[in-house]
Design a protein around this ligand. Structure first.
Ligand code: FMN
Length: 212
């Protein structure tokens, strides 16, 4: 199987958030899609270990925001590489709350949808939630694609994502360094001694040389 074929599937990047009885979390996904127009429904695929997924299952609601090309990479590190079980992801950042109290981020997002769950499907490692859109709002900027995130932002994908391909598979040989935590790729022979990963904020000791 040629894993590079999967890279030809076009998709964007999104922040999904939910809240239930004072608990809240959000995670980065690349698996939002519109499934029907009448009524307007979105589907999202979430790992069974995800805290956000657990809160969606309990509350029956979620917010989906669309990441823009100029979203701070730190936000992807915050929401995509750590679990809300271990850290309060919305603490200390600028966020708003919808009428149900679910937090969402406006800065670096191009659109927002509030969805009420109408169905879910068990697909093994993940669950697909389908939600009816009750509110939709445009924000600013140009939406980020998954390809742009990898090719231009040099970002990585954790194993919890359904699109994960392993550390080397599906990636062209490159010279440079890869962050062992988030997969961010620094292109260049030498790593600056004061290097800080723009996604997960780790130092040079977490960087490993690429095989290429
Ligand atoms: C680029 C990218 C794409 C991702 N796509 C998905 C996805 O589609 N589904 C999923 O469950 N996790 C995905 N993840 C991983 C989650 O964001 C990550 O496991 C997160 O830490 C879960 O947090 P939580 O436990 O607070 O919900 C993705 C992460 C990144 C960085």
């Amino acid at each position: 199987m040629d894993l590079k074929a999967f890279n030809q599937l076009s998709c964007g990047l999104y922040l999904i958030s939910s809240a239930y009885e004072g608990k809240e979390s959000g995670c980065i996904v690349n698996t939002v899609q519109q499934v029907t127009a009448e009524p307007a429904q979105l589907a999202v695929t979430i790992n069974k270990n995800s805290y956000t997924g657990e809160l969606i299952a309990q509350s029956g609601m979620f917010e989906a925001t669309v990441l823009s090309k100029d979203v701070a990479l730190e936000q992807i590190g915050r929401f995509g590489f750590q679990s809300g079980r271990d850290t309060e992801k919305f603490k200390g950042i600028s966020c708003l709350r919808d009428e149900e109290g679910i937090p969402y981020v406006k800065e670096g997002m191009t659109a927002r949808f509030f969805c009420r769950v109408t169905g879910q499907m068990d697909v093994g490692t993940h669950r697909i939630f389908v939600g009816k859109v009750e509110q939709a709002q445009c924000m600013e900027g140009e939406s980020m694609t998954y390809a742009y995130y990898h090719q231009v932002k040099k970002g990585g994908t954790p194993k919890e994502a359904p699109s994960y391909q392993g550390e080397e598979k599906g990636q062209p040989a490159q010279k440079g360094w890869r962050c062992k935590i988030c997969g961010y790729v620094f292109e260049g022979e030498a790593l600056p001694p004061d290097f800080v990963c723009p996604i997960c904020k780790k130092g040079p000791e977490y960087m490993e040389p690429l095989a290429g």
